[in-house]
Design a binder for this molecule. Structure first.
Ligand code: CA
Length: 450
């Protein structure tokens, strides 16, 4: 493993903000995918009617194009080490590469960056490996193994606590232990798929017996998902300074929730059917290397308990956190009919929202010897910011359904209606750095199966 702490991602030539690509759209100041980003996804061309679909393949986003790594491997000359890693990716699987670890990730990033840079000798070869994003469809970045969801925003925890337990909003363990639960990976879908409004056992406050009905309080949760690269052996813990060596990259993550199923079922063992009917990930995995320019110090207010030693280190204090601006947009069915792309519901920043960092989540998850495996997904929990309008769920934005949120076309929402499309976006900016983004995580609420 590395001798330097794993979250000390020194920026290098691949982050140079002056670097431009021969793919013109990658030089657009507004693109999420300049040459400094280079995220991975699994994708294929949308099949024409009657045509058999192609096998899934791995691509890298560059502007509004995707570099198909199977073709890129064939058509351009590569150094032997790069070719070996590209060969694994050319099989259409990201997992082997995710398991290969940071030296492999850095080598391929450097090679792809060089090849896509303006003036590169690779350019004329690689043009035939570009596919316009508009022609593609996506699948999950990898087969997702175990899924753990955390609760990393103290603002979300306090806001939800106030609704469920007005006299005791923040439980005393919150500031000591990263709270989490084991979720279910079978219902994690890629951006663009619809999810049915779930049925469940719901107990109205004024009715004695619970009833089975379609949830009337379907909600989104704005989260980030962290994909595990190399795992750890059962019984071996991961130290805080080594945690991010086990982290391949991040996706946007909408952890759909049914708020009326949740309060009846969650005691005493925690969330169950209110949470496991669907979660949506964005197709593009933004690597930890690409996020290097957007590191920020981990801080904890002086009047809060300081983290126990296994969740703390000087290097982690210096640069253990990330600054990512997150937004949730809503496009209702009526907006779609009116030709509107939707409107922004809220925004927050991970640097303010997250009480616990990704490294702390990993160190805590494994402190008992629990083993993480390649392709496991860690959800951060809803990343609500401290201010009004920064709630990462309708539960918070509508104050538990009591205050409807007004939309510009005259509609209102407390929770989500059938036909509502929720779109998550993420973007990183920093002084003197080229902004990068996450693309979109999009999902639509479909009518219940009654
Ligand atoms: Ca969640």
């Amino acid at each position: 493993m590395n001798t330097e702490p794993s979250f000390v991602h020194a920026t290098d030539a691949t982050h140079d903000p002056a670097r431009r690509s021969w793919v013109a759209s990658a030089n657009d100041p507004d693109t999420d995918f300049p040459i400094q980003n280079l995220p991975y996804a699994r994708l294929r061309r949308k099949a024409a009617k009657g045509e058999a679909p192609e096998p899934w393949r791995v691509g890298v986003a560059i502007g509004d194009q995707v570099l198909d790594l199977r073709i890129a491997l064939e058509v351009a000359p590569w150094e032997p080490e790069t070719a070996r890693h590209l060969d694994a990716l050319a099989q259409g699987e990201l997992a082997t590469f995710m398991a290969a670890g940071r030296p492999a990730w850095r080598a391929v990033r450097a090679a792809l960056c060089e090849a896509l840079t303006e003036g590169s000798l690779h350019g004329p070869f690689l043009e035939s490996a570009l596919v316009p994003m508009a022609e593609l469809e996506y699948t999950l970045p990898c087969s997702i193994g175990d899924y753990t969801d955390f609760y990393a925003s103290i603002h979300h925890a306090a806001a939800v606590g106030r609704l469920f337990r007005p006299d005791n909003p923040l439980l005393p363990n919150y500031q000591w232990v990263p709270i989490g639960y084991h979720g279910r990976s079978s219902s994690i879908v890629v951006s663009g798929q619809g999810l049915r409004r779930p049925l469940g056992q719901i107990k109205p406050p004024d009715a004695a017996p619970p009833v089975l009905q379609a949830s009337r309080r379907v909600d989104f949760e704005l989260e980030l998902g962290a994909l595990v690269g190399p795992g750890n052996a059962l019984g071996e813990r991961i130290g805080i300074d080594d945690a991010e060596a086990h982290l391949f990259g991040l996706v946007l993550f909408n952890d759909w929730s049914a708020r009326d199923i949740q309060p009846w079922e969650y005691q005493p063992l925690g969330p169950f059917l209110s949470k496991n009917w669907g979660s949506t990930v964005s197709p593009w995995v933004v690597t930890m290397e690409a996020l290097a320019p957007f590191r920020v110090p981990f801080t904890r207010p002086a009047d809060h308990p300081q983290p126990l030693s296994y969740l703390d280190s000087p290097a982690h204090r210096a640069s253990g956190a990330l600054s990512i601006r997150l937004e949730t947009w809503l496009q209702t069915a009526r907006m779609r009919q009116q030709g509107s792309a939707g409107e922004r519901l809220m925004g927050s920043n991970t640097a303010e929202a997250a009480y616990w960092t990704l490294s702390q989540l990993i160190a805590h998850h494994t402190v008992n010897g629990c083993n993480l495996r390649t392709g496991d997904l860690l959800g951060t929990g809803t990343l609500s910011g401290p201010g009004p309008g920064q709630g990462g769920s309708m539960l918070e934005l509508s104050q538990g359904g009591k205050v409807p949120v007004g939309l510009s076309n005259g509609e209102t929402r407390t929770f989500l209606e059938d036909g509502d499309t929720v779109i998550l976006r993420g973007r990183c900016t920093a002084e003197g750095r080229r902004p990068i983004g996450f693309g979109e995580c999009r999902g639509t609420v479909m009518p219940a199966d009654l």
